[in-house]
Design a protein. Structure first.
Length: 391
């Protein structure tokens, strides 16, 4: 799914566009006990409560594609009788009215989701009458020929509110606040089936994770059975290894800076496209060549790429590039540079030592204090300098 398709589903989570038929929930405590289960027609919920759920569902379809929202495909064995995809299809087709299927689903989540505190599993069933689109890309609501029937799951941590004081308006006094268990925004979730090319794709699922470094592989494998892509953090680490293996011990600051600038330029050119920019081995080779990597170092590029990422792997540019920061670190100093002005940092040999040179104007700050770059000479210093004999 791309950004436009995800946004189209997100737009349903409003009172005017709501396509949700049923909502089910299971509250689980820190000992993995089911403390509460609920089943309701979504339109029967109080208005204020429905709005809170809309916020949760929108959050489950938010973030960056390829980082927080991961497109996953089902392998063949998952689509065989008794596979995970078949189970999810049964759950969807039951419209969440089969109590045994719901219990089995909750049990699968509880057995595979790693979380030490309380949490709330929310599962909804919805039916979206997909409007057709004309050549001008405008929706034609009277030209629909498909209904997209789907499940959306959200796993929300439940935490105890902080202790404190509050104002009691009824008694007109300040008193101890009652601590409540609060349902937070989702940590994990999925959309099944995927909504690819504005149509039902039974072979794919969209997975949501709040933290890209915490994918919960066991839950993906046991609950969804889908092929887990390389995480955003793993992609960045892989990219760094490709650079280091390609440049070797002679890797220099300017070449690495050029690689990151080339990537950022590609991201800027691609920013209006709904699909995230993915780079395979051939496209990554072009990035290195355009960045000035020596021809002799590129001789082993293909092997380095395949050993670190895989022959047919692709890396998302948004996962491997730093568009908001450019950091230079030594054991004792960290320099943070605006990525658009990385060219300000120069490398020079001064008095036989390798140095980074940063040109500055008259204004710099030290711990928030405005200072000059050089101490101003007083009049006596100037007079002494003027009295020095000329050579």
């Amino acid at each position: 799914m791309n950004k436009k398709e995800i946004l189209e589903i997100r737009k349903q989570f409003t009172p005017a566009n709501c396509a949700i038929t049923r909502i089910c929930g299971c509250y689980v405590d820190h000992e993995k006990n089911k403390k509460l289960e609920s089943k309701d027609a979504f339109l029967s919920l109080p208005e204020e409560e429905a709005y809170k759920y809309f916020d949760i569902f929108k959050k489950t379809l938010s973030g960056t594609v390829g980082k927080n929202m991961l497109n996953m495909e089902f392998p063949i064995d998952a689509e065989m009788p008794g596979g995970t995809q078949e189970f999810l299809l049964k759950l969807r087709n039951s419209k969440l009215e089969d109590d045994m299927l719901l219990e089995e689903f909750y049990d699968k989540v509880i057995a595979t989701y790693e979380y030490a505190e309380n949490y709330y599993i929310i599962l909804i069933h919805a039916m979206y009458d997909i409007p057709g689109k004309g050549s001008d890309d405008l929706e034609m609501f009277d030209a629909s020929d498909e209904v997209y029937e789907y499940l959306l799951m959200s796993i929300c941590p439940v935490s105890l509110s902080k202790a404190g004081l509050c104002y009691n308006a009824e008694d007109n006094r300040i008193e101890d606040r009652i601590r409540d268990w609060i349902v937070d925004m989702p940590d994990k979730g999925f959309l099944f089936p995927a909504f690819n090319d504005r149509s039902t794709d039974l072979h794919s699922v969209l997975y949501y994770t709040k933290k890209s470094s915490d994918l919960q592989p066991e839950m993906i494998d046991q609950l969804l059975g889908a092929k887990m892509p390389m995480s955003a953090d793993d992609q960045k680490e892989t990219f760094q290894m490709i650079i280091e293996d390609t440049l070797g011990e002679d890797g220099d600051y300017e070449t690495v800076r050029n690689i990151h600038e080339t990537l950022n330029d590609l991201i800027e050119e691609h920013k209006e496209e709904p699909e995230p920019l993915a780079l395979d081995k051939i496209e990554m080779r072009k990035v290195f060549e355009q960045s000035g990597v020596d021809t002799e170092k590129m001789e082993n590029f293909d092997r380095n790429f395949e050993e670190n990422a895989g022959e047919k792997a692709t890396l998302l540019a948004s996962n491997i590039a730093e568009t908001k920061k450019f950091n230079i670190e030594t054991p004792d100093v960290v320099i943070k540079v605006n990525p658009d002005r990385a060219d300000l940092i120069e490398t020079r040999i001064i008095d036989g030592r390798q140095c980074l040179v940063i040109p500055v104007d008259d204004h710099i700050e030290v711990n928030g204090i405005n200072v000059r770059t050089m101490k101003r000479q007083d009049n006596s210093d100037r007079e002494e300098m003027s009295e020095l004999p000329e050579e």
